[in-house]
Design a protein around this ligand. Structure first.
Ligand code: ZN
Length: 316
């Protein structure tokens, strides 16, 4: 897979300092990288569309059975964001769920993923990193409660990048009572798995990152809008607008997660255009854009500054 070179416009809309100087309506863009190539989805999506009576989409799935590259989409995302002076964070998955043909669940959880060491994938990780995008770990399905597994995945990604990784989002937003402790012990600075799996909004009323405890060395960044959760609403744009209104009123950090595989409009009609519409709406409302790693690092530094002594987290 060749990497398309774009003129690398500086990320002039990314302004962490401004976002941290006072409470502002702030936006962070992110992408979970679950699958980089289309595989069994031609069959499952064909059946889904057929069941729903969408014959045109069902036929498209049949015709595209050999078009595995339709899920790559990295160049499209780069073009969308770089052209607007923006950057995002990509969370790469290193899935190792064991395949057992007798267990239905494992078909979904073990098949169709990718090897992050494959030259095309590792090359894209390095390319994005060099262009000012941030790279985080998308913790595999079982890693939220498996310290050794999560450590291996972090080290693998760092070996590709040549530097440390501070951010994580768990696959399926899996969390348990010990997940954040494990992540902190392994050297992560923040987790952004705290969000709804089946809806959009600021979970438990958290509008901004908050520290795990008074050590102020690990932060939870609420995830408020995920592609599939928004697009299955009866009127996605009005729901997105409501959330943008709320984020603007509350001077919140609005974190978007648009999986990289859904940017091909033939595969996922309306997803990419909705992403661009939301971004442009936030730009028109004067939102400040940040990348999560830089933002949380700045936030942590603020919490440790002498003037912050005794101060509560701005989000609490
Ligand atoms: Zn995932």
């Amino acid at each position: 897979m060749t990497v398309i070179p774009f003129p690398c416009i500086p990320a002039y809309r990314i302004n962490v300092q401004e976002a941290l100087s006072e409470p502002r309506f702030t936006v962070a863009l992110s992408h979970d990288v679950d699958r980089v190539h289309k595989s069994f989805q031609s069959a499952t999506h064909f059946l889904k569309y057929l069941r729903n009576g969408c014959l045109r989409q069902a036929l498209y799935q049949l015709r595209s059975v050999t078009r595995s590259e339709r899920y790559w989409c990295f160049d499209k995302i780069r073009r969308i964001e770089i052209s607007r002076g923006l950057r995002s964070t990509f969370y790469f998955l290193n899935e190792s769920y064991p395949f057992n043909p007798m267990k239905l669940e494992s078909w979904r959880l073990a098949l169709g993923y990718y090897d992050i060491f494959r030259p095309a994938v590792a090359g894209m990780i390095r390319q994005l990193d060099s262009e000012g995008f941030e790279i985080g770990l998308h913790g595999s399905y079982r890693s939220y409660c498996d310290r050794d597994l999560l450590q291996k995945e972090k080290r693998d990604l760092e070996a590709i990048l040549g530097h440390s990784v501070t951010g994580i989002r768990q696959h399926y937003l899996n969390l348990s009572a010990e997940t954040w402790m494990i992540q902190r012990d392994l050297g992560f600075l923040y987790d952004t798995s705290f969000g709804y799996r089946d809806g959009i909004g600021f979970k438990c009323g958290f509008f901004r990152p908050f520290p795990l405890d008074d050590r102020n060395d690990f932060f939870i960044v609420p995830l408020s809008m995920m592609d599939c959760c928004l697009m299955r609403q009866p009127d996605p744009w009005s729901r997105a607008s409501e959330l943008i209104d709320l984020a603007e009123t509350k001077k919140a950090l609005l974190v978007l997660n648009w999986h990289q595989q859904i940017f091909d409009e033939r595969e996922f009609p309306g997803y990419c255009s909705m992403y661009e519409r939301i971004i442009d709406e936030c730009i028109s409302r004067g939102a400040v854009f940040v990348t999560l790693g830089a933002y949380v690092a700045g936030y942590a530094a603020l919490m440790h500054s002498p003037s912050a002594t005794g101060r509560e987290s701005p989000s609490l």
